[in-house]
Design a protein around this ligand. Structure first.
Ligand code: GAL
Length: 717
């Protein structure tokens, strides 16, 4: 008995002194916010690690563009942002108001609003759950109150978005009794966002608004502004089956010609290489005896060539003898993993690509498999010769690859546009679009919406379909996305694979081509002003939707805690300021569309469809519902003039309103625009004395690019 008592007494002392030493180690840190640009503040908590997303990306902020925005004050109560160092980790807390909505925190596929979610931000392929494991787990969130927060750490971060309830909360939830109160909730109100950074410090940024779109724009500009793809990148892409030869490829191109279907980029999948999984990055000389001849032949037809790669280098690649010292301790699919934190690896691989591929005229790459899944990637016990921990490598590998390829093309003063499966903060200015294998059409659209909060681009690429209806519905949405692409690597599909909808598919692909002047201008706004080209409705100023958070019904099987269901807009989005896209999915014949403030018109007919209201539309299978705001100006190329960037344009105007629009133009393929070689042409629509709408286009400034041919008008009224 006595022995037990003594044991307990000793145990108590140990526990007490342990907890004492823990709290003694816990350090609350004051934050000093430094204003580094108009509406951008930075603070350092603890000792931030040297390597973070911004140091990896190395892109200079577009400070003058940020400074040209509206001046704003620090958008949060400074003393409500708390930092604590404890257990070698950094604990962060940011305040949340009751009505505040939170967006961003990675490329999510099922949810748009992140309040109420718990995420571990971790680069991975997407596996059907919005838990933070995704292709671009960008640690940035933006609030409906018009500010953004960026946690610049390349670690796996845990984020509790309005879920943790502190005992010392200033705004505690009301405690209710489940037995008697039907309003009882399993998710009591939480007034904070909490983040656990597994490092002894971190760099933090706050971006002001005043609008949510402004906060996102500042975040994008801070990373160098959005990418500007070459004009050809905005045309129609087709990726061919894995083991196609040069002859198969030319036959495929002939098919496009015969079917009079537009084609600007052809993508070659793994079989262009002598070996893949792991990759040699060398041509298979049987399938491709004369790659240079093939690429030139395609170029002669106005078709650019894009090549698939993954990061893992085959032992038999000529690169390996020099590259091996700069590769990781583990292999993937028996391929060596280059340590792109080392300039030697970057230079060796870069030189190989330049000498053997860029010099032949290859216009870009699809960088596959740099995201994970855990079984197909290096484990976190891997050691890299640079000494960079594998966790940081995993979080930033896709970013590093994008940077390397951007620089290779930049060195030749050529723009590229390509694909990548892993990205993160810091990549906004790199011209790559994210894609994956997941293939849920609806979720692809939600991902497209979410990409706009976090400075990334996403394509809902088309592969195969079970029915002609699904095929057409998918084609319709991909043509209103950053990359209009059919990826036939496995299915061998062609745009005309479903003859019953061939015409409708061709119509929407041709519409895509006609929209290039409008889309290119949207991208220029991304580059110069940070505004995402494809964007969530929640980024539209004044957009609101009745928040129908319903108290869930108690049900022992589906909802034992009576969790509430939120209403969020995850199936309609904007292209630039003027076009609203409301896709229909297989099986649907009608849908609701929530119109933002003002009058809206049908894109195809010009008819008024509604004003500041929710409408129901049923346009039939042939058309994707597209709407234009009152006064919307849409410059469109004529179908016959869509060639290397010189356009005859038809300018559409919708509705009653007098309006202005700035059309962007440059050479469409080099970086000369960065030296001022670009023009904004002002399009104005005003009423004349008779009250009729008339349009004018300002001439290009002397010595500036002028790629406009004939100009005509189409007043949709
Ligand atoms: C997948 C990729 C596909 C295709 C395929 C080729 O990882 O997502 O688009 O490229 O590899 O093996």
């Amino acid at each position: 008995m006595k022995i037990w008592k003594r044991f307990f007494a000793i145990a108590q002392v140990i526990v007490l002194s342990f907890s004492f030493s823990l709290s003694a180690n816990s350090q609350a840190m004051p934050l000093v916010w430094q204003k580094i640009a108009n509406g951008v503040w930075k603070a350092e908590a603890g000792r931030p690690e040297a390597m973070n997303f911004l140091t990896v990306s190395g892109v200079a902020p577009k400070t003058s563009a940020i400074n040209a925005m509206l001046p704003v004050d620090f958008p949060l109560e400074e003393n409500e942002i708390k930092v604590e160092l404890y257990d070698g980790k950094t604990y962060l807390r940011f305040p949340l108001d009751e009505a505040e909505k939170i967006f961003g925190l990675g490329l999510n596929f099922k949810t748009v609003e992140q309040r109420g979610r718990i995420l571990r931000l971790h680069v991975d392929h997407y596996d059907g759950i919005d838990n933070g494991r995704t292709h671009a787990p960008v640690p940035f969130y933006v609030s409906s109150k018009g500010y953004g927060v960026f946690i610049n750490s390349a670690r796996y971060l845990d984020v509790w978005v309005g879920t943790g309830v502190r005992a010392d909360s200033k705004h505690p939830p009301v405690s209710t009794d489940r037995n008697s109160d039907p309003q009882w909730s399993a998710s009591p109100y939480s007034d904070n966002v909490e983040v656990l950074v597994p490092a002894e410090g971190v760099e933090l940024y706050v971006f002001g608004g005043p609008t949510t779109l402004d906060a996102v724009s500042r975040f994008n500009l801070y990373q160098g502004g959005g990418c500007l793809p070459p004009k050809w990148g905005l045309g129609f892409w087709h990726r061919t089956p894995t083991l196609f030869s040069d002859q198969d490829l030319l036959n495929e191109v002939r098919g496009f010609e015969e079917h009079k279907f537009p084609l600007t980029v052809i993508g070659l999948e793994p079989g262009w290489q002598s070996k893949s999984y792991p990759c040699t990055y060398e041509w298979d000389t049987k399938r491709f005896p004369d790659p240079q001849g093939l690429i030139s032949k395609l170029k002669g037809k106005g078709i650019y060539t894009n090549l698939w790669i993954n990061p893992y280098v085959a032992p038999s690649s000529k690169l390996i003898s020099s590259l091996k010292p700069y590769t990781a301790s583990h292999t993937v699919w028996t391929g060596y993993v280059p340590d792109y934190a080392m300039k030697e690896a970057t230079q060796l691989v870069g030189k190989h690509f330049k000498d053997n591929l860029l010099n032949l005229g290859v216009s870009g790459f699809k960088m596959d498999e740099n995201d994970g899944f855990d079984f197909w990637l290096w484990p976190d016990v891997t050691r890299f010769p640079s000494g960079v921990p594998s966790e940081i490598m995993r979080q930033s590998y896709g970013l590093m690859m994008q940077k390397n390829f951007t620089q290779l093309y930049r060195a030749e003063n050529k723009r590229t546009y390509g694909l990548v499966r892993a990205s993160n903060a810091g990549a906004t200015s790199f011209p790559f679009v994210i894609y994956n294998d997941y293939y849920s059409h609806k979720d692809f659209i939600t991902a497209l919406i979410n990409s706009s909060f976090i400075g990334t681009l996403w394509t809902p690429e088309v592969r195969g379909s079970a029915t002609a209806e699904e095929w057409l519905r998918r084609m319709q949405t991909v043509c209103f996305s950053p990359m209009a692409m059919l990826n036939a690597w496995a299915d061998g599909t062609k745009p005309w694979s479903f003859p019953e909808v061939e015409k409708q598919v061709a119509d929407v692909a041709n519409l895509r081509m006609q929209l290039i002047p409008y889309l290119y201008t949207c991208f220029a706004e991304y580059t110069f002003y940070g505004r995402p080209p494809f964007r969530a409705m929640n980024l539209v100023d004044g957009f609101s939707v009745e928040d129908k958070s319903e108290t869930g019904e108690l049900n022992s099987v589906d909802n034992p805690y009576a969790m509430a269901k939120k209403r969020e807009i995850k199936d309609q989005y904007m292209v630039g300021d003027h076009l609203l896209i409301a896709p229909l999915f297989t099986g649907e014949t009608k849908r609701e569309v929530v119109l933002p403030k003002g009058k809206w018109y049908d894109f195809f007919t010009g008819k008024l469809v509604g004003e500041s209201q929710v409408i129901t539309v049923s346009p039939g299978l042939d058309r994707i519902p597209v709407f234009v705001r009152d006064g919307g100006i849409i410059p469109m190329a004529t179908v016959s003039s869509v060639s290397d960037g010189k356009f005859d344009i038809v300018i559409r105007h919708y509705g009653d309103k007098e309006s202005d629009y700035n059309l962007y133009d440059d050479d469409g393929k080099t970086f000369d625009y960065e030296k001022g070689d670009f023009s904004w042409r002002k399009i104005s629509v005003k009423r004349n004395k008779k009250g009729e709408l008339k349009g004018t286009v300002s001439p290009a400034e002397k010595g500036k690019p002028d790629n406009l041919g004939s100009i005509s008008w189409d007043f949709k009224k």
